[in-house]
Design a protein around this ligand. Structure first.
Ligand SMILES: Nc1nc2c(ncn2[C@@H]2O[C@H](COP(=O)(O)OP(=O)(O)OP(=O)(O)O)[C@@H](O)[C@H]2O)c(=O)[nH]1
Ligand SMILES: [Mg+2]
Length: 451
C-alpha cells in the first residue's frame, strides 16, 4: 500500500458538515491518534463502515471538534486502500486544524485527484469511470449529471469492452492463421470477418458522433446573440445571467468586442456570446467587432437573433436573419415587448416576444431552448465528453475500417493483423488498460484536491 494521503474533501466554504479524508496504510492509525470515540472504546476496535461519535484533538491535545469518524479496509474502499474519514463541523478553520492534526501522524497532503488516481491504479475504476468522476463533480445540468453517472456505472466501458472482446477473438484467429501458414483464411470466412470488422467500426463511429453533444454537456453549447446595433443583445445577456455583465447604453454600437459567459437555460448549458451589432461601419474598432460577431455566429450551435420590436424591420435585420439560417439551431426574438410594437415580422418567421426590461417572454425562451435540445433517448452515459475519448474511438474505428477493407480485397492475414491490433490498442488506451503515465498525469490534473 502507498504512503498515506489526506485532504479536505468538501469545499473550503462555511457549511454544516466538512469532511477530511485519508487513504493509505496509516489512515486508521492516524485517525485513532487524533480522535477518541465517546464510548471510550478504541477507534480501530470498531468494525469498518460504522459512523462513530467522538472528540477530535489537535497536536497539543486541545479539543477542536465533536465529530464523526469512520473507516474502510482495503480493498473495500473508493481507493482500494485503507481509508478513513473525519466528518467535522464545516468551518474551514476546523477542517484545516483537523487536517494538520493528522499530518502529525505519518500523513501528507494529497495532490489533485490523488484519491481517484489511486482508485484507478488499484483497479477500482477504469479511466473512463475516473473521467466520469471529474465530469460528475463539474456537472452543471441534469443531462450532464446523468451522462457522467451512467459512465461511472460503466455504461460506456461496457460498450467499449464489447468491441474489444470481439477484436481479441479475431486477433487470436489471425495469429493461428499466421502460425500455421498452410491454413489460409478462406474467402468465405474472410468475408464474414470483414463484416464483423465493419460492424465494429460502425459501432465506434456512432459512438464518436456522440462527442459533439457530449462536449456540449461539459463545455456548453456555443450560442451567439446577434442583431443590429441597439436591438437589446447586451440587455438580454444581462437578463439571462441575472447581473450586469455587459455595458448597455442607448448608443448604437456600444458592444465592440464579443462578451462570453456560461449560463444554464432550459436545462442546457449555454456559452452565451454577446456580439457587436452587425452593421456596415467606417469605425475600425467596430468593424473588427462586427467581424468577430460573424465568426461567433459561424461557430454557434444556437443563434439567438434579436429584432428590435420597437422599430421597423430593416435591411440589416433581413441580412442577419438570412445569415443566421446557416446555424444548426436558431431562435428569433422580438425584443422590447414592453414598448409599443412597431415591427412586422417577415412572412414565415416565427418569433418569441421578450423584454429584458420586464423579464416578459424569458420563460418561453427557456422552454424553446429546452425543446430544441431535447433528446430522443434518456441520457445514461452514452456520450463521449472529452477529446481524449473521441480521438481514441475515432482511431480505433479507422483502423477497423482499414482492416475490413483489406480483408475484402483479399489481403493476407498479416496485413489485416496490424490494423486490428492498433484498434485494440486504442481501445485499451481509452479504458486505461494500457496507458502512459503522462496521459494519466494529464487526466488527474483536472481534478480537485480531495477527490
Ligand atoms: N424598453 C426596453 N428597452 C430595452 C430593452 N432591451 C434593451 N433596451 C434598451 O435598448 C438600448 C440598447 O440596448 P443594448 O442591450 O445595449 O443593445 P445592443 O443590442 O447590445 O446594442 P449594441 O451593443 O450597440 O449592438 C438601451 O437603451 C437599452 O436600455 C427592453 O427590453 N425594453
Ligand atoms: Mg451590446
Amino acid at each position: 500500500m502507498a504512503d498515506t494521503i489526506a485532504a479536505i474533501a468538501t469545499g473550503m466554504v462555511k457549511s454544516a458538515i466538512g469532511i477530511v479524508r485519508l487513504s493509505g496504510e496509516n489512515a486508521v492509525a492516524a485517525v485513532s491518534a487524533v480522535f477518541t470515540p465517546a464510548s471510550g472504546k478504541a477507534f480501530g476496535d470498531y468494525p469498518p463502515g460504522r459512523l462513530i461519535l467522538g472528540t477530535l484533538r489537535d497536536a497539543d491535545g486541545l479539543v477542536i471538534d465533536q465529530c464523526l469518524a469512520t473507516y474502510a479496509k482495503a480493498p473495500h474502499s473508493y481507493t482500494g486502500e485503507d481509508t478513513a474519514e473525519l466528518q467535522c463541523h464545516g468551518s474551514p478553520a476546523v477542517l484545516t486544524a483537523a487536517l494538520e492534526a493528522v499530518f502529525a501522524h505519518g500523513v501528507r497532503q494529497a495532490g489533485p485527484g490523488e484519491f481517484t488516481r489511486r482508485a484507478f491504479l488499484n483497479g477500482q475504476l477504469d479511466l473512463i469511470q475516473a473521467e466520469a468522476v471529474a465530469d460528475l463533480i463539474d456537472a452543471q445540468t441534469p443531462d450532464a449529471v446523468r451522462n457522467a453517472a451512467g459512465q461511472l456505472g460503466r455504461a460506456m466501458t461496457e460498450q467499449i469492452e464489447g468491441v474489444a472482446e470481439q477484436l481479441t477473438h479475431l486477433l487470436a484467429h489471425f495469429h493461428v492463421v499466421l502460425d500455421y501458414p498452410d491454413e489460409d483464411i478462406e474467402p468465405l470466412e474472410a468475408q464474414e470477418i470483414a463484416q464483423t470488422l465493419h460492424a465494429a467500426a460502425d459501432t465506434l463511429e456512432r459512438l464518436k458522433a456522440t462527442y459533439r453533444r457530449g462536449r456540449q454537456l461539459t463545455e456548453g453549447v456555443p450560442c451567439a446573440i446577434v442583431g443590429r446595433p441597439n436591438a437589446g443583445k447586451s440587455s438580454l445577456l444581462n437578463a439571462l445571467l441575472g447581473y450586469d455583465r455587459a455595458i448597455v447604453t442607448p448608443i448604437p454600437g456600444t458592444t465592440r468586442d464579443t462578451v462570453e459567459e456560461r449560463c444554464v437555460l432550459g436545462g442546457v448549458l449555454l456559452r452565451l456570446v454577446d456580439t457587436a451589432g452587425l452593421r456596415d461601419t467606417e469605425d475600425t474598432v467596430e468593424r473588427m467587432g462586427v467581424e468577430r460577431s460573424r465568426q461567433a455566429l459561424e461557430r454557434s450551435e444556437l443563434a439567438l437573433v434579436l429584432l428590435d420590436g420597437s422599430e421597423r424591420l430593416t435591411d440589416a435585420d433581413r441580412e442577419i436573419l438570412a445569415l443566421s439560417e446557416g446555424c444548426p439551431r436558431r431562435l428569433v426574438l422580438v425584443s422590447k415587448s414592453d414598448l409599443p410594437t412597431v415591427l412586422a415580422l417577415p412572412e414565415g418567421v416565427e418569433a418569441i416576444s421578450i423584454s429584458s426590461a420586464t423579464g416578459e417572454g424569458l420563460e418561453q425562451l427557456e422552454q424553446a431552448v429546452a425543446a430544441l435540445f431535447a433528446q430522443n433517448a434518456p441520457i445514461q452515459g452514452q456520450m463521449l465528453t472529452n477529446a481524449r475519448q473521441a480521438e481514441a474511438v475515432g482511431r480505433a474505428a479507422q483502423c477497423l475500417r482499414g482492416a475490413g477493407d483489406a480483408l475484402e480485397v483479399g489481403l493476407p492475414a498479416d496485413a489485416v493483423l496490424s490494423d486490428a491490433e492498433a484498434a485494440l490498442a486504442a481501445l485499451h488506451q481509452l479504458t486505461g488498460q494500457s496507458v502512459s503515465e503522462s496521459v494519466t498525469d494529464h487526466i488527474f490534473r483536472r481534478f480537485c484536491v480531495g477527490k
